[in-house]
Structures are given as structure tokens and as C-alpha cells.
Design a protein around this ligand. Sequence first.
Ligand SMILES: Nc1ncnc2c1ncn2[C@@H]1O[C@H](COP(=O)(O)OP(=O)(O)OP(=O)(O)O)[C@@H](O)[C@H]1O
Ligand SMILES: [Mg+2]
Length: 256
Amino acid sequence: MSRKIVFTSGKGGVGKTTLAANIGARLSLKGEQVVLCDADVGLNNIDVVLGVEKRITYDLADVVEGRCRSRQALVQHPVFPNLYILASNHSAPDKYISPQSLKLVLDNLSAQFDYILIDCPAGIEEGFHRAVAAADEAVVVTTPHLSALRDADKVISVLKSYRMQSVQLIVNMVRGDLLLSGDILSPQEISQILKLPLLAVLPESDDVYKNTLSDRGKAFTFAANNLAGGKKKFYDVTKPYNGLLGRIKLGLKRGV
Ligand SMILES: Nc1ncnc2c1ncn2[C@@H]1O[C@H](COP(=O)(O)OP(=O)(O)OP(=O)(O)O)[C@@H](O)[C@H]1O
Ligand SMILES: [Mg+2]
């Protein structure tokens, strides 16, 4: 039986797709069999983030409408052989996919995989409910920005009406210099305010923009290991600003 985990957020663009893709890739490197399901129906892009968009033959709508079996719709990643992508409905973006049908598709795959990571659209609209209803666990992604925190709080309160086995928090795009200057809340403070256990801390990094899968940084590995269980380790975003060179870097950032 797989763990079905939805990556969700209130605010858009906080990193759900990037995190689901990278954490999924790292779990697969640990030998886990992983499905990444793009449940962001309409604005789907996990296939593009993972560079498999040209390999898609079937998608979610094809499975739901019986044109193929769920296993047939999975695209095996060329670099990460244990990672499989289930694309959202490319063939018919306007097609309605019910929460029940998404859940059925994922339940059918459950026996053959260790993890099914579900990439959810932002907000608490229909697409959110469809993705969340198919999951047993949730990861709420936020950035330290106030607007993202306020929206995360809304999502967390809606998640309470679902019987999730666990709901955890990832704080993404944390800038070490702003943390040191006290301009943003720390991930630990955010976890206390939102009353969710912290799963991972990810730095804001230009590498993520360049190529999500080329950045094999510790932060994603910690996130994947923490999700898999065991003692949690958190990436220290202030590390680049330690020592003499670090302090110079910090001074330059502050324009001292
Ligand atoms: N830690 C990070 N540092 C720098 N850029 C990042 C980081 N995480 C994500 N990004 C970038 O931010 C943008 C939004 O990320 P992403 O698409 O993963 O967010 P999302 O929550 O899935 O958005 P949406 O709500 O639109 O689905 C992307 O360009 C991505 O490369
Ligand atoms: Mg996304």
C-alpha cells in the first residue's frame, strides 16, 4: 500500500510542484517506487518541471474515461527509473474529473507503489478538494511571507474537515540573510503559529530556477528523508552567512 500525500498551499507559486517533483525524485533514489500525480487539472505543469512532457501518451482523463488502464498512463522518468508521472488531463483540459474518479485511479495504483505524491492546485476551490480527497496525508507548503502564511492558515482549517493521518508543514524560499536580520519569521516560529509540525525548510535558491533536478542540495534530501520517517534534520539556511566570508557576504547583501 502506498502513502498518498497531497502537496497543498493557500497561495499560488509557493513551490508545491517544485517540491513534490524534487522530493519524489529523491525518494525514488532511495529505492522507493514513486508516482507523481499532477492533480493541478487545467494548469498542470509537473511533466514540464520533470522534462517528460513529450513522453506523455495517456493522461488522467484517459484513465478516468477508460481509454487506458492507470498503469499504462504512467510515464517512467528517464533519469529516475523508480519515478513515474501521471499527467493531468492534457488531452481535454476542460474535462470534469470528479473527486471519486481521481481517488479510484490512485487507489488502483496504491498496491504497486510506496508513495503517491499528489500535486494540488493553490487555494481551496474544487481542484483542492479533488486532490485532498484522494490523499491520506497532507503537506502544506508556505513561504515566510505574510500573505502566504495567512492563506496557509485557511488551507489548514479546511484540511481539518478531512480525516488526514498527518498534516505537516514545509517552509520554502527561506532567505538566510533575512532570517539573520529578523525581517522574516523563522520556520520554527511559523510552525508554532500555524500549529503544524515542521517537515522541511528549503532555501530560496537560484538553482531551483535553473533546473529543478540538477540541484541535488542537502535541503531536498533532508526533506525526502524527513518524509520517509526517522529523526528529522532541517537545512540551515543561515549557513552561507557563517564565518568571515559569510559575514562579508551578508554585509554586501545589506549594502554595508
Ligand atoms: N526554493 C526556491 N527558490 C527559488 N525559486 C523557487 C523555489 N521553489 C520554487 N521556486 C520557483 O518558484 C516558482 C513557483 O514554483 P512552483 O511552480 O513549484 O509553485 P507552485 O506552488 O506549484 O505554483 P502554483 O500554485 O502555480 O501551482 C517556479 O518558478 C519555481 O522554480
Ligand atoms: Mg504547481
